[in-house]
Design a protein around this ligand. Structure first.
Ligand code: NAD
Length: 459
């Protein structure tokens, strides 16, 4: 398993090995052996499926497109994870993301394992008909290993409800008469998708920030003040002030998180900057986020990049370089674009005191260490962006029962699930010296290790 995830899994296992109360039946040599087995199981995927999809293009040319489905671990249930369409996606990245899914589901008690898919294309360079064909081919090539009780894909970067609808339809034709609604999640509501799935990740991302600063901080103020913990000090500094927030990425996750923050009255937020693949938009008095959401909806997802386009959007903002968003003097930065955007070379320029990871792995291991040492709170991907997979689980359940929940029910269920995870994690985070990411990993690894032990997989 690649870099950061693998390293944190190993350090979580090291910490648990020292904790004699954990798996206390295992002593001495047997204990050492079991932990070596756990490291081997959690650091490697169960299956790596690779293919070259043969796709005839509309110009008559036939191309072979590399595609993956990586199934990391199914100890807790069927494999689950998105399919990414991106020209830079590769096997190592997909493996790492699949492992992250295993841990994310374990942390939030979602009864799924971890998987991830990738197709090496820039979807913007293909016609709609070609994309349909690519989706159909993906399902044809991997149909034996996918299914409602085996492996359930969902959207990721470059894919959305349209692709999931196409893929589910192909799965249905290949497996006539078999249950098919639970084969893919993130579908359109018309095709058995869940209300609230589109907004789930972004809403969940913002909810983690709101819950930490508003609910948890208010309830635990005395204890937090007395704790002397470096992260508690950072959190308490925001008690009464309006928050200045910057958001990198204005797609599915970033735009919903920005809108949630804009609409949340409790924290008096000001969204001073948003960015996308082209541009950063900045306004120290706060941006009109609903107007930007409306603009992007009718402009291929892109933010305005010229003064004329800002007028068209009816938004007042300065136009800046797309990377400026990362270095602004803000309280909170929500990262909702890509991996590795904060790294060793630029971490010193980051001024935000709280970082929320809407994207997967946007902060590298070294940068993470340096920010933690400064007392910057990082709400990690595994905790913050689980809304999508949690509501995917509700979608899967609804598909099985052919009984559908209202949007309000979905969000209540989502927030309750995330709240119970945070109530388990935050007291330890603000009480001991481990960063939040490490705390989350320890919980996930504990859950997986105990289950593997009880399933007799450690002998
Ligand atoms: P998306 O494709 O809808 O949006 C991505 C956004 O990032 C776009 O606004 C794009 O313009 C912007 N972007 C691309 N390159 C950029 C760059 N170099 N600098 C700044 N912005 C850039 O994708 P999404 O679904 O919002 O996913 C974003 C991240 O969140 C990904 O890392 C994804 O894995 C993660 N994630 C998504 C979900 C989900 O449910 N969609 C769930 C969990 C995690």
């Amino acid at each position: 398993m690649a870099s950061q995830t693998g390293a944190i899994v190993q350090s979580s296992l090291d910490a648990l090995l020292e904790d004699k109360e954990f798996l206390s039946n295992l002593q001495n040599e047997l204990r050492e052996q079991a932990f070596t087995s756990l490291a081997a199981i959690l650091s490697t995927p169960n299956h790596v499926h690779k293919s070259f999809l043969r796709v005839p293009l509309e110009n008559g040319e036939v191309v072979r497109i590399p595609a993956f489905r990586i199934q990391h671990n199914n100890t807790l249930g069927p494999y689950k994870g998105g399919i990414r369409f991106h020209e830079m996606v590769n096997e190592e990245e997909v493996t790492n993301l699949a492992a992250l899914m295993t841990l994310k589901n374990a942390l939030h008690e979602v009864p799924f394992g971890g998987g991830k898919g990738g197709v090496i294309i820039n979807p913007r360079k293909f016609s709609e008909k070609e994309l349909l064909l690519i989706c159909q081919k993906y399902v044809q090539y991997f149909s034996d290993v996918l299914g409602p009780d085996k492996d359930i894909p969902a959207p990721d970067v470059g894919t959305g409800d349209r692709e999931m609808d196409w893929m589910m339809a192909e799965y249905k034709s290949i497996h006539p008469g078999k249950p098919y609604r639970g084969s893919f999640t993130g579908k359109s509501v018309l095709n058995g998708g869940s209300l609230g799935r589109r907004e789930a990740t972004g809403k969940g991302v913002y909810y983690t920030l709101r819950y930490m600063l508003y609910d948890f901080l208010k309830e635990q103020k005395k204890w937090l003040s007395d704790s002397g913990n470096i992260f508690a000090k950072t959190a308490l500094a925001f008690e009464d002030d309006p928050l200045k927030i910057a958001v990198q990425g204005f797609g599915n996750v970033g735009s919903v998180a920005a809108l949630e923050a804009y609409q949340c009255n409790h924290l008096q937020n000001k969204i001073v900057a948003v960015s996308d693949r082209n541009v950063t938009l900045y306004n120290s008095d706060g941006l009109d986020v609903p107007a930007l959401v409306e603009y992007t909806a009718s402009n291929n997802g892109d933010l305005p990049v010229t003064d004329e386009q800002l007028i068209e959007a009816d938004v007042k903002a300065e136009i800046r370089d797309r990377n400026d968003v990362l270095y602004l003097d803000v309280d909170v930065m929500i990262l909702a674009a890509l991996e590795d955007v904060i790294h060793n070379e630029n971490v010193e320029k980051v001024k935000a005191k709280i970082i929320v990871e809407g994207a997967n792995a946007p902060v590298t291991g070294e940068a993470d260490k340096s920010l933690n040492e400064k007392g910057v709170i990082i709400i990690p991907d595994i905790l913050a962006n689980a809304g999508g997979v949690i509501v995917s689980y509700f979608e899967w359940l609804q598909g099985r029962e052919t009984q559908f929940y209202s949007e309000q029910e979905v969000f209540e269920l989502l927030f309750n699930k995330m709240k119970s995870t945070m109530n388990m994690i935050f007291p330890q985070y603000f009480g001991d010296p481990f960063p939040l990411r490490q705390n989350c990993y320890i919980h996930a690894v504990m859950k997986l290790s105990t289950t593997l032990y009880r399933q007799g997989k450690l002998y």
